[in-house]
Write a protein that binds this ligand. Structure first.
Ligand code: GAL
Length: 457
């Protein structure tokens, strides 16, 4: 299915509401917005995903004409294979609750780069959608601090559901004690995906790359031996560089140092932080020429086409390979854990919440209960490229790649949450780190970046 077909499909399936504009830039801070003096609920960056630009009406998660009782969902899954995964989720929901009218209201932009600005205003204005996509953990805290999310501990989280979930993931859904979110997936972040034919033609064996420095050597070999882009990285929006820096840092220093970092003790790690920045600078020599104007899935498309060798991305990238015709795991593409991080399963989790002042309490409760079900997670995850947070989802149909990820998850020593994907640091720290990496993408200045990182906490 190509992008246009996918857009058409989305229009048909989701009725009238669709977002305009790849790159419809929103930059809203909360300065002056009374309920959030620290400006915590916020983001300033947006990146248009290639999949989200061409359908139907011109809205951007801002509400539109949802009627009372309709289930309005705001999310950012319009890119790569993500739209297919989201549709698979809605298909299952419709089968179970055919009476609920769904109003789909995406805010496209990788890693939620456009969603916060929309959601924060609507939630603070008392005009929230029925539910919205958000990372569990720290990303929820500005909302829980202001009591803007319903406690769904009794209504949605049955005992059966709670017992079926991985305990650590349940904890992320209750950052302030009460259960306020329903996690639906677990992505792995520390992946290095590659085009098999391209790396073979460069005589590079990714399973032999043992640390982040050796990856720089492999990228150089690809540059010397082929016409392909060595690393299909995007710098249009800062999150991909921040997440790559996280993986480099863990690959060089290990998870204990990473945990010290996310706890805010940056100064004891000055050399380590700088070394990872230096290496990121080296990698940047191997980014695409148009890195500053592409989205993550456009970078990934280049890998699919054989125009790029490697990409560092969460395994949502694998959802895109699944959606591509004739590009098979093991033959067309493969993946190794990011060098130096083999025993780590760095996690990225998505969830849905029940904002207060809800326009559709009944429908929202149905949707959240469904999102927490075996059926929902069995439909959504294999298409999304993630694994389920429930432990009782049959995974026979998850295919060889995700079966291997599940094995890796089960064998991993640790599953530290990501910075770039909001679970591990407060949103104010997250935005400030994103700003540091936006500047670093532009100027590669290690001193400036180190100071900005240290000042973020
Ligand atoms: C993450 C999100 C994933 C995926 C990715 C790329 O933040 O958790 O589900 O959408 O961004 O946009």
């Amino acid at each position: 299915m190509n992008d246009h077909e996918r857009d058409d499909d989305a229009n048909r399936l989701t009725r009238r509401h669709y977002v305009a504009g790849a790159g419809a830039a929103v930059a809203v801070g909360l300065a002056g917005c009374s309920d959030d003096p620290e400006g915590d609920i916020g983001a300033t960056e947006t990146e248009g995903d290639s999949g989200g630009g061409s359908g139907g009406d011109t809205e951007d998660g801002s509400g539109g004409d949802a009627e009372e009782g309709d289930l309005e969902i705001v999310h950012w899954w319009t890119a790569g294979g993500e739209q297919d995964a989201y549709q698979a989720l809605l298909d299952g929901f419709r089968e179970e609750y055919p009476d609920v009218e769904i109003v789909d209201n995406p805010a496209p932009g990788g890693a939620g780069s456009a969603i916060d600005a929309v959601i924060q205003n609507r939630v603070l204005d008392g005009d929230p959608p029925s539910t919205f996509q958000i990372w569990p953990g720290q990303a929820l805290t500005p909302y829980t601090d202001e009591d803007l999310l319903e406690d769904i501990g009794d209504s949605v989280w049955t005992d059966e559901m709670e017992e079926a979930y991985l305990g650590d993931i349940v904890d992320l859904a209750r950052p302030a004690g009460n259960l306020v979110a329903v996690p639906i997936n677990i992505h792995r972040l520390n992946n290095l995906f590659y085009n098999v034919e391209v790396v073979e033609s460069a005589n590079v064996d990714p399973t032999d790359i043992n640390d982040p420095q050796q990856l720089a050597d492999a990228l150089q070999t690809v540059a010397d031996e082929t016409d392909a882009t060595p690393l299909a990285h995007q710098t249009q929006s800062p999150w991909s560089s921040l997440q790559l820096w996280e993986s480099i840092f863990i690959g060089m220093q290990g998870v204990d140092a990473y945990r010290t970092f996310i706890d805010g003790d940056v100064s004891s790690l000055e050399t380590e932080v700088r070394n990872a920045l230096e290496l990121l600078n080296t990698y940047s020599e191997f980014f695409p020429e148009d890195a500053g104007s592409i989205s993550w899935d456009q970078g990934n498309s280049a890998l699919i086409e054989g125009d790029a060798a490697f990409i560092h991305q969460g395994d949502w990238a694998a959802g895109q390979y699944r959606a591509a015709d004739g590009f098979e795991f093991g033959e067309g593409w493969d993946m190794v854990a990011f060098p130096g991080t083999t025993s780590v399963y760095q996690s990225v989790i998505d969830s849905f919440v029940f904002p207060t002042n809800n326009p559709s309490p009944e429908a929202t409760e149905k949707f959240l209960s469904y999102a927490g079900s075996v059926d929902a997670q069995a439909r959504f995850n294999p298409v999304k490229g993630s694994i389920p947070p429930r432990t009782d989802v049959p995974t026979d149909d998850f295919g060889p790649f995700l079966s291997r990820q599940i094995e890796d998850f089960n064998n991993s020593n640790t599953q530290p949450p990501s910075i770039a994907h909001g679970t591990s640091v407060a949103p104010s720290v997250h935005s400030s780190l994103e700003e540091a990496f936006a500047n670093f993408n532009g100027n590669g200045d290690v001193d400036e970046a180190y100071q900005a990182i240290a000042n973020s906490f």
